[in-house]
Design a protein around this ligand. Structure first.
Ligand code: SF4
Length: 629
């Protein structure tokens, strides 16, 4: 039943790119009650609309832009999730991005936009409140992200419009491509940009002029103030403001858990570490720019000379700079910043460097030869070779472009011997911290529903280690792991920023204050008076429906794994070394038990689905013969 609830945009926009039609559908009260918003809405819509048996790039597959009820209505809250069946992994795909696109989308009246079909020629969609226009984008095809964004803002004639676009990489269906929002924020994971490219959708431009209604303004102001006080009291806020995530070069190095030489080494030489630890001091311009009402402003603006382009400004965090530099044995941060600029402009994920690192190991082992890469010398640290790979992949040019465009899976498909060296989970290689250096926390890669990612259970790490030190029994460790995973999922549902609300949270008190502030903000905005248990019931549903979606793609317990190298080889460092990853099976048993999943398959049990009101999902799995008995 359609309802109007304060705080929400109020509707879902369905856009058919084949027929150039759109339809606005009011939000459903049941959808709000059960899934709340953001990743919750997206996961439910994806489960219901995706064709599990068809290619992720088939025209009828949905591409979903979705935001949460607190976007625009809380500090550090402007997140957009872009969701689709992933062409990178073949499973549930979800990429989370900042900027102000989500805010404009909500002000235009939409909590979610679902794109289906494919245009017969390059197109952009201009959404201005109730008006939805399909415009020719032929002149933009092949253009970089800055060129495209500048031109679109000029064409729509509104400087407050927000642009989400793909660069050359997304157009050419490169699975490591990014959808770029507001020039330099990236929805880079799971290949969602390739889905956009497959629909001939160069960009979405949005502008909203409605005021989002607030149920109780006085209570809302109080809740906002509570949230601000929680941020102020936490030293993590200042750390985020001064260094952004770049403090992690040292943190991960100190515990010997960096990913170097494709997972064979965990620590940098001291002089190299020093350079990366000081990267914000050396190359940052004074300004930081947050994503919108951000109290942390962790985004750092670097200035760097880029050959062929001149002096350029670029944003990159630890998670992008590490793969684009020392993971490939490039020890000069300036070069890493240059690669960050290039990949940003071409619409390629910063973690693309990890794929090049895999190729470098395969070259070292003689699995990839010079002939395979057009005579390129793929030795570790070869800056020219890396530059060439970035350019050729983005334009899918020649043998090199073809080899890298298919991502890690494409490489393993071509060179089956590569399987044992490829560090990924479910074909995603977004592993910023080696699990052997921090087994309890990095169990997250194994069970994340979108493949290896830190982002489905990130932050709260200090608290997690206080509650469950490495010597704690596994049962205790897993209970604490669930607290982290639940909180991050909640943050993604509400549309607030993971970094601000979770990653830079450094004490139990701060976490509890933030959790309370989120509930107060939500209830003051919507008037729905949910309880904290309602929040976490929605979290359970989201994780269950994502796991059920993956079950339809054939994902089972064996896929909740860690890379072979991590399970079999020790990790060496200059000062700290670690044995192979311990107790994965025991951890999985406990996790499945705590989540109500079948221990043999990892698929949600019928009684768990029914308990959370997902009877229709149970029926669907049963009809497919995959519901555990
Ligand atoms: S903490 Fe960083 S990523 Fe999050 S909203 Fe602020 S600037 Fe954006």
């Amino acid at each position: 039943m359609g309802v109007e609830v304060p705080g929400y945009g109020g509707s879902i926009l369905y856009v058919d790119l084949s027929t150039k039609n759109s339809k606005k559908v009011p939000l459903d009260s049941e959808l709000i009650r059960k899934f709340i918003g953001g990743r919750g809405f997206g996961s439910k819509l994806l489960y219901d609309l995706v064709d599990p048996d068809a290619s992720p790039l088939a025209p009828h597959q949905p591409l979903i832009f979705v935001t949460g009820p607190l976007a625009d209505l809380a500090p550090s809250a402007s997140r957009l999730n872009v969701m689709a069946k992933s062409p990178m992994t073949g499973i549930h795909g979800d990429s989370n991005v900042g900027g102000l696109f989500a805010v404009e989308m909500k002000r235009a009246g939409y909590d979610a936009i679902v794109f289906r079909g494919a245009s017969d020629k390059p197109t952009y969609v201009w959404i201005h409140d109730d008006s939805v226009e399909f415009r020719d984008a032929t002149h933009l095809w092949g253009r970089t992200v800055t060129e495209t964004t500048d031109e679109l803002i000029r064409e729509v004639g509104d400087r407050d419009a927000r642009v989400a676009c793909i660069g050359p990489a997304g157009e050419r269906l490169v699975v490591n491509a990014s959808i770029m929002v507001d020039y330099d924020r990236a929805a880079a994971k799971c290949g969602v940009a390739a889905v956009m490219g497959s629909k001939n959708l160069k960009a979405v431009v949005v502008r909203g002029t409605r005021e989002v209604r607030i149920h109780d303004l006085k209570a809302f102001r109080e809740a906002w103030e509570d949230a601000l006080q929680a941020f102020k009291a936490d030293p993590g806020t200042l750390l985020g403001f001064t260094k952004g995530s770049h403090f992690l070069h040292r943190v991960h190095n100190d515990i010997g858990a960096l990913i170097l030489r494709n997972g064979r080494f965990g620590q940098l030489p001291d002089d190299v570490l020093e350079k990366f630890d000081r990267v914000t001091d050396e190359y940052c311009v004074k300004s930081t720019s947050g994503c919108g009402y951000c109290v942390v402003s962790c985004e750092k603006n670097f200035v760097v000379d880029v050959p062929g382009y001149g002096r350029r400004r670029v944003k990159v965090d630890y998670y992008g700079l590490a793969p684009l530099s020392y993971r490939m044995d490039v020890y000069d941060p300036k070069i890493g910043l240059e690669f960050s600029y290039l990949t940003t402009e071409l619409g390629l994920d910063h973690t693309f460097g990890q794929l090049i690192a895999l190729a470098m190991e395969l070259y070292e082992r003689g699995i990839i030869t010079k002939d395979d890469v057009e005579g390129l010398d793929l030795s570790w640290g070869n800056v020219e070779a890396i530059r060439t790979i970035i350019m050729k992949t983005a334009y899918r040019d020649g043998k090199i472009g073809e080899l890298f465009a298919g991502g890690l899976k494409g490489i393993v498909d071509k060179y089956p011997e590569a399987a044992k060296y490829a560090i990924h989970v479910k074909w995603m290689d977004n592993i910023p911290q080696d699990p052997r250096g921090n087994p309890f926390y990095n169990f997250r890669y194994a069970v994340s529903t979108r493949g290896a990612t830190h982002l489905w259970a990130s932050g709260l790490s200090r608290i997690a280690h206080e509650l469950a030190p490495p010597s704690a029994p596994l049962e205790q460790q897993m209970s604490v792991f669930l607290i982290v995973e639940n909180f991050v999922t909640l943050v993604n549902i509400l549309g607030v920023c993971n970094w601000a609300w979770s990653a830079y949270t450094t004490s139990m008190e701060s976490y509890k204050r933030k959790e309370k502030a989120l509930l107060k903000l939500y209830n003051s905005v919507t008037g729905l008076n949910l309880t904290i248990n309602d929040f976490y019931d929605a979290v359970e549903r989201v994780i269950l429906i994502e796991r059920a979606e993956n079950a339809r793609y054939g994902i089972r317990r064996k896929d909740d794994a860690l890379p072979e190298r991590f399970l079999k080889e020790p990790l060496r460092g200059y000062k700290t070394s670690h044995p192979p990853y311990p107790d994965l099976d025991k951890r999985l048993d406990l996790y499945y038990r705590l989540r109500g999943l079948d221990e043999e398959t990892g698929i949600p049990k019928k009684e768990t689905l029914v308990k959370y009101g997902l009877d229709y999902v149970a029926k669907d799995l049963e009809a497919r013969g995959i519901l555990p008995r």
